[in-house]
Design a protein around this ligand. Structure first.
Ligand code: PMP
Length: 428
């Protein structure tokens, strides 16, 4: 038994399923999750000393690679003066000013500790600000595990085939309406059925929790117009896409400005973080100025602020995003060529340094049903064939992949060499 296997057995004694977040358990791909001992740049090292090129990047935050020297230095400097005070700090103002300067439509912002908290709080705020109860989300989009959002969600729920989690009261779930991503008519129909009742439309502007599905032309613009017409708050959940798909996130990339934006992942540089912000008059409804309550013992934590600020300052760089996009395009072109050569039906999607891999002969998916129709078993076999050859992909067919600035031609070449063999190995 190797160390990861031993650790997995031990973990399961005291941690449900051996993991602190379900997709980490490799349940849908099978086998033993790799327990990670260290990471540097684009590489992970597991407990058995095996190395992998990492395309998960801590599920998004590591856009400049692991152990970026400036982030580490900022953390060390903060450690010297304290890790948490429960009182305001100048670092929080710097973070708020930076986010408001860079994120379209963000006049004010509140920090919290996870993407889940950000979306949960944004929804409460939207309901409080509008006096309405219904929210509208999209099938296959994941916005964290707040009760109202665990309805027809993506990511782990999709991976494990749980459309709506037990434990969410039906009386609450009935306020969550679900439409189809990239299908404005399905949104319009719900607005018609529930006139003057929908507080918010929440959407991942690039759907990254049902693999990686870009918005079709006009979809985000159409949501903006419908929300304007119905007095509904438009929330872009940019927990994944914020500072990932471009220096101004998806709203900057597609030129559509929401009323509220949720953030997480990159803005904490790998430390636990979340944020939600947007139009001033909406944000002014929050306590202590307004009546909508939201709080957090560790919110605006100095370590998370210090790490996030350093990372965000480095990301004010259009050329960096162009390089990331080029590297990702090279990776995907190589994977497609390997699949074509092996005769494996395959398609890819890309938005900046986010990507999706699909085992399908049906063309590039743009709808939820296209994604679920893909060959999940082929993905499972490909995942393991790559893992065996030192490439760590997300252990689910429903997660986006991420390339970092630390992925150089050497890492891409290593990956494509593995893919040549893996595509042959999975051909049935
Ligand atoms: N929203 C989106 C779009 C996400 O991708 C995620 C997590 N992957 C979340 C919200 C939840 O964030 P967290 O896991 O930090 O609670």
């Amino acid at each position: 038994m190797n160390r990861s296997e031993a650790l997995f057995q031990r973990a399961q004694q005291t941690i449900p399923g051996g993991v602190n977040s379900p997709v980490r358990a490799f349940k849908s791909v099978g086998g033993t999750p790799r327990f990670i001992a260290a990471a540097q740049g684009a590489w992970l090292t597991d407990a058995d000393g095996r190395r992998y090129v990492d395309y998960v990047g801590s599920w998004g935050p590591m856009i400049l690679g692991h152990q970026h020297a400036d982030v580490t230095a900022a953390l060390q400097a903060q450690l010297a003066v304290g890790v948490s005070y429960g009182a305001p700090t100048e670092l929080e103002i710097e973070m708020a000013e930076l986010l408001c300067a860079r994120v379209p439509g963000m006049a004010q912002v509140r920090m919290c500790n996870s993407g889940t908290e950000a979306t949960m709080s944004a929804l409460r705020l939207a309901r409080g600000a509008t006096g309405r109860d219904f929210i509208l989300k999209f099938e296959g989009c994941y916005h964290g595990h707040g009760d109202a959002l665990l309805v027809k969600a993506g990511s782990g729920l999709l991976t494990f085939g749980v459309p709506t989690s037990p434990g969410v009261p039906a009386d609450l779930a009935k306020y969550t309406l679900t439409a189809q991503f990239n299908d404005l008519e399905s949104v319009e129909a719900l607005f018609d059925e529930h006139p003057d009742a929908i507080a918010a439309v929440i959407v991942e502007p690039v759907a990254g929790n049902m693999n990686c599905v870009p918005p079709v032309a006009g979809f985000l613009e159409g949501l903006r117009a419908l929300c304007d017409r119905h007095g509904t708050i438009l929330i872009f959940d940019e927990v994944m896409t914020g500072f990932r798909v471009g220096p101004r996130g998806a709203s900057g990339r597609y030129g559509v400005t929401p009323d509220l934006t949720t953030l997480g992942k990159i803005i904490g540089g790998g430390l636990p973080v979340g944020a939600f912000g947007g139009r001033r008059e909406i944000m002014q409804q929050l306590a202590p100025v307004g009546p909508v309550y939201q709080a957090g013992t560790l919110s605006g934590n100095p370590l998370a602020m210090a790490a996030g600020l350093v990372l965000l300052r480095q990301l004010d760089d259009a050329a960096l995003y162009e390089r990331l996009e080029t590297t990702t395009a090279e990776l995907l072109a190589g994977l497609q060529a390997a699949a074509d050569r092996a005769g494996v039906p395959f398609a890819t999607t890309q938005v900046g340094s986010m990507f999706g891999l699909y085992f399908t002969g049906g063309g590039t998916p743009s709808r939820f049903a296209d994604v679920t129709a893909c060959d999940i078993d082929a993905f499972r076999r490909f995942f393991h064939a790559m893992l065996d050859r030192g490439v760590y992909l997300a252990p689910s067919a429903y997660e986006a992949g991420f390339v970092s600035a630390a992925h150089t031609t050497a890492e891409i070449a290593h990956t494509l060499q593995a893919a040549e063999a893996a595509m042959d190995a999975i051909r049935t």
